[in-house]
Design a protein around this ligand. Structure first.
Ligand SMILES: [Zn+2]
Ligand SMILES: [Zn+2]
Length: 231
């Protein structure tokens, strides 16, 4: 590994400049990622502007099926890194971000007594086009770090849904209706954490929570790499 690095210096997967020896990402890019700081919404983990509130405006209006969730970075600060990387292996990238999530959230996974890490699945057609599932890469790294098993075939996306960013919250829910089914029924899990790269309205996490709860799961949590700003 070290010899390989001496011969072929690692490049920063975000900006393509040479990364310092032994580092995955260059310090300039790493410094630009903004972590979510408290106080956060007790449900979705969005940073709150009003410190006296317990929940963000969205969560006050919506009944979520999950217990709660947390995100690591402000979406705007990592969006370019998440989607704009063209230069480096995405596995390396998933490892870096997944490890950051693990370092920050390992304590919560323990507290929540999580038995299974479940990445948000991609439809098989989309997976074929993209070649990888970003949520899976994060979940895999989180699993490697914590030792909690990953179940990436537990839930299957059976419908290729429309891109969510074009839709309002109500249409998102309709779009996701029957999108997920259980892929395996032979495992009984009570406490599950769903992993994704971004949290927006929570419609995806809710749709998956519904399927898991119908199959007998008790408490569903989520962890995402990024989240937008709350009110
Ligand atoms: Zn960089
Ligand atoms: Zn919230």
């Amino acid at each position: 590994m070290i010899f390989k690095e001496l011969l072929f210096p690692r490049r920063c997967p975000v900006c393509d400049r040479p990364a310092p020896f032994g580092k995955d990402i260059c310090p300039a890019c790493q410094g630009a990622f903004v972590k979510i700081r408290g106080p956060v919404c007790f449900k979705c983990g969005k940073q709150l502007q009003d410190q006296t509130k317990e929940y963000c405006n969205d969560c006050q209006k919506t009944h979520h099926l999950f217990e709660r969730g947390l995100a690591l970075y402000e979406y705007n600060s990592v969006s370019r890194a998440m989607y704009g990387y063209k230069f480096s292996g995405r596995a390396e990238f998933g490892q870096y971000f997944g490890r950051q999530m693990a370092i920050h959230f390992a304590g919560y996974l323990k507290k929540w007594q999580i038995q299974a890490i479940v990445p948000v699945p991609l439809h098989k057609k989309k997976l074929k086009v993209r070649g990888y599932n970003q949520a899976y890469l994060l979940a895999k790294s989180l699993s490697d770090y914590t030792g909690i098993p990953i179940y990436d075939k537990l839930i299957i996306r059976q419908r290729n849904t429309k891109p969510m960013k074009e839709l309002d919250p109500k249409s998102r829910q309709i779009n996701l209706k029957n999108a997920f089914i259980m892929g395996r029924y032979d495992v009984k899990l009570q406490r599950v954490v769903i992993v994704d790269d971004i949290y927006t309205t929570g419609a995806t996490i809710d749709a998956m929570s519904k399927v898991l709860k119908d199959a007998g799961a008790d408490r569903i949590y989520f962890l995402t790499l990024s989240i937008g700003r709350g009110l």
